[in-house]
Write a protein of this length. Structure first.
Ligand code: FAD
Length: 419
């Protein structure tokens, strides 16, 4: 019987354990938190968005996209969902986004722990894995159990490194997986937070804090003499440090990459994307005509959230209390520009503790995409966020963690993925 040690009881580790144990291997999972799946429990705001029916190259960033194509050719998102459903996880779809039917991330962890216990997978929780060595035949995994001084070991024929990235480091993330992979000859591309909030500079930050709005956000990055623009639509949320919301999170990795390369980044926010600048100007002119003694602020009320409108007026040097009917065409144009091209310099991203995923990771060309086996070290498999792949919001990171976990679990147990 193949002995497999899985380092990390997160998304990819648990599904790898299920695939390997079902294929007949003897599996031990080592997890340094007191319970497995702590990060999984926090996903999708506690609802666990674990996949998406839409898939194209833009859904993932990072290293070689050919690697991803191969991973999903070997274990497609449909096969991942089929695998979960076959083992009894009830799923539901909402606008292409997949969740457990319960919409409780907790129930996904319960699902895994019950199935793994039934398949006699050993769970060593509260165990910090500190070292992995290979003597030419077997692996020795050393770990430190909480509250015990002496280090203990597990011997295995194969090891699956499923320790995740650095994002959410309050949930158990740590650098061990990268260090262990390096000991076996792997290289790691620069790591930085992605799907993360942006720190911005604006003198009206306090007034804006708490404002929420649908918007189209354009991020301009400059680095190495190149300028790139990326655009996303969705909710933005102003905070005391800067800006958050889905549109900003989706763009954040490009800002992170620019800062990593000593570049700069800035945002331009269109709060009224449904109107062209000309349409907006015409609308504002009509409002001015019918303003009947209203102040500018009163005349424009309800177009935008109150505090946002107030800041836009201040930025355009328009006194909110002034008579709307007396506002010049130039000032109206300035207001339109502020509403449709609200500029914010980006000072940085929030750190790994706030991020949902790690950009960068173990070089994809060093791992086989059909099995997740290291090209340098037979019997060593690498899964999930440790690899140089970061998905966008929408279940893409768990989808990748699950696909790579299934492939590694089966391959380590000596089986192949069946369609
Ligand atoms: C707040 C938040 C919300 C998210 N929401 C979503 C979402 O809705 N959809 C989505 O697709 N993705 C989401 N993600 C991203 C997703 O959770 C991760 O990309 C995914 O869990 C990665 O799986 P993994 O198996 O690689 O790592 P993890 O799930 O992080 O598992 C790694 C495990 O290894 C353990 N470990 C680390 N080092 C050691 C060590 N030395 N010894 C023993 N154990 C160790 C960790 O404690 C952890 O349990 C979210 C992330 C965060 C932080």
């Amino acid at each position: 019987m193949k002995r497999i040690a899985i380092i990390g009881g997160g998304a990819s580790g648990m599904i790898a354990a299920l695939a390997a144990a079902e294929a007949g291997a003897s599996v031990v999972v080592l997890e340094h938190n007191d319970k497995p799946g702590k990060k999984l429990a926090a996903t999708g705001n506690g609802r666990c968005n674990l996949g998406n029916s839409y898939l194209d190259a833009d859904c993932y960033r990072g290293g070689d996209s050919a690697f991803l194509t191969e991973v999903f050719r070997n274990c497609s998102p449909e096969q991942v969902r089929g695998f979960l459903s076959k083992h009894g996880l009830s799923l539901k779809e909402k606008n292409g986004y997949f969740y457990p039917r319960s919409e409780q991330a907790r129930s996904v962890i319960d699902f895994f722990t019950a199935r793994l216990t039934a398949l006699k997978v050993s769970f060593l929780t509260g165990c910090e894995v500190t070292d992995i060595t290979f003597d030419g035949k077997c692996y020795t995994v050393s770990y430190q159990q909480k509250d015990r001084k002496a280090s203990e070991t597990v011997v295995a024929d194969s090891v699956i490194l499923a320790t995740g990235g650095l994002a959410g480091n309050n949930l158990g993330a740590g650098p061990f997986g990268y260090e262990a992979a390096k000991c076996f000859g792997h290289s790691v591309t620069p790591l930085f937070p992605a799907l993360v909030q942006l720190v911005t500079e604006d003198k009206h930050k306090k007034t804006l804090s708490g404002v929420r709005s649908e918007a189209t956000v354009t991020l301009t990055c400059k680095s190495g003499g190149r300028e790139t623009k990326k655009c996303e639509s969705g909710e933005v949320l102003f905070t005391d440090y800067g800006i958050s919301g889905i549109a900003v999170m989706q763009l954040s990795r490009y800002a992170g990459e620019a800062f990593l390369n000593s570049g700069s980044a800035s945002l331009s926010i269109d709060f009224l994307p449904e109107l062209s600048e000309a349409e907006l100007l015409a609308d504002m002119k009509e409002r001015r005509v019918s303003s009947n003694g209203l102040t500018v602020e009163q005349g424009l009320t309800s177009m935008l959230q109150r505090n946002l409108l107030y800041v836009i007026l201040l930025r355009s040097a328009v006194d909110p209390e002034s008579h709307f009917s007396k506002l010049s065409d130039d000032k109206l144009k300035m207001l339109c520009t502020e509403m449709k091209q609200f500029k914010l310099p980006v000072m940085g991203t929030k750190d790994f503790a706030s991020a949902q995923v790690t950009a960068g990771g173990i070089n994809l060309c060093e791992v086989c995409p059909d099995s997740m086996e290291s090209r340098f070290q037979k019997g060593l498999y690498i899964t999930g966020e440790l690899l140089d792949v970061d998905g966008t919001c929408g279940g893409y990171n768990l989808q990748f963690a699950f696909a790579t976990g299934i492939l590694a679990g089966l391959a380590a147990a000596g089986r192949e993925m069946r369609s």
